[in-house]
Write a protein that binds this ligand. Sequence first.
Ligand code: CMP
Ligand code: MG
Length: 393
Amino acid sequence: MSSSAVVKYPKDTVLFLQGEMGESAFIVEKGRVLIYLSKDKEDFPLTVLGEGEIFGEMAILDNQVRSASAKALDDCELIPVTKEMLLERVHATDTVVRLLLRVLLKRLRSQNDLVTREPKKEFFSTQIVQQEDIEAVQKIKLESRLKDAFNNREFVMYYQPILDLKQDKIIGAEALIRWFPPTGEQISPAIFMDVIESSALMIPFGRWILEQCFKDLRVIQEKKNDKKFSLSINISGKQFIHSDFIDEVENLRTLNSLEAQSIKLEMTERVMMDGTLALDTLSRFHDIGYGLSIDDFGTGFSSLQYLFRMPLDNIKIDRSFVRDMLKDDKALAIVKSLIYLAQSLRMKVIAEGIEREEEKSLLKALGVEQGQGFLFSKAISLQNFLTLVSNKK
Ligand code: CMP
Ligand code: MG
C-alpha cells in the first residue's frame, strides 16, 4: 500500500456524524475508532474498531446516510476506500447476493434504531420492493424448483434437424433441452438455463445432458446406419472450465462407440473469452477430432481475436440476423460479413432460425452450407426424430 493513500487524523477527531451523506468507507491502518450513536446529547457506543477493520461501508452499499458516527480514539491513520471501488464489486456479483446484502443492511439499521429508543411494539419488516429484489427472489424459487425437477426427471432432450442446404438432406441435429413440469406452465429454456448456468446445478445437469446426447446419438446413428451423422451439443462455461470435462466427454464417447467427428460442441463467445484455459481445452478437443462451433455468433462480446486464435470449425449465425435480413439491410450486411469472415478463416457457416423458403434460398446463394429452423422442423423428441430421419432416408 503506498503511503499516499493513508490519511492521518489526530485523537478525538469526529470522522463523520450519523445522518450525514457518505462518500467513502475507511480501513483502519493505525489507532482505534469508536462507532457510536447519539440521541439527546447522549452517546451510545456500538463498537471500537482497530487495525485492519473497515467501517463507513453501509452508507455506500445502501446509498443512505451514515448509520452511526465515528470518532478517532487515538491518533489514527485511515485508508479511504472510494464509493466506486466498493460499488464496482457489488455490481459484479449475483443479484441474489445483492438482495441478501440489502436485507442485512436494512436489518442492521433497524437494529441500531432500537439502541437509542424504546423498542416499538410492532414488528419491523424488511419488505422487498425493488424490481431487482423481486427478480432475485424468483430466481431462488426457480432454482429450488429446478433442483426438484431434475431429481424427478422432468427434463427431456429434444433434437432439431440440421440440414445440408445444397442437398436438402438432414445431416445432423442440435440437442435442445425441454422441461415438462407435471403441473404448471412450460418455462422456456432461455429462462431456466440461465438460472441453472449461474448455479452449482450446472455440473450434474451438464453431465446428464451429455449422457442423454451421447446415448441418443448412438441410437440415431444406428437407425440411419451412418456413423457420420452429427450431434451439436451446447456447452456452458461452467462445464467447460471443469477440470474433468474432457475426460468426462471422452469416457461417454468411447462408452457409446462414437466418432469424435460426429460430435460438435457449441459454445458462445462468452465461454471462449476465458483466455488461455479456453484455448488449451479447445485445442485438446480439436486434436481428438471433435467439431467446435461458436454459437449465437455476433450477439455477444465478439472479438475477432478469438476467432483467429481458437481452433474453431463452425460459426452459427444467430437467428436474429436471419429473421431480419430480408427486411433490414444492416442485418443482411452482417450476415454477408459473417459468411465472408467464416469462409476466409475456412470455417463452415450454420444458419439458425430459417423459417421461410426465401431465407433458405438467399443463405444458400450466399454460400451457407448448413441450416436449421422451423422451415425444416422445430426440436422434436427422439422418437419423432427417428421417424423423421427414417422417412427421409
Ligand atoms: P456507515 O453507515 O457508512 O457509517 C457508520 C458506520 O458504522 C457504518 O457504515 C458501519 O461501518 C458502522 N456500524 C454501523 N452500525 C454498526 C453496529 N451495530 N456495529 C458495528 N458497526 C456499525
Ligand atoms: Mg446452440
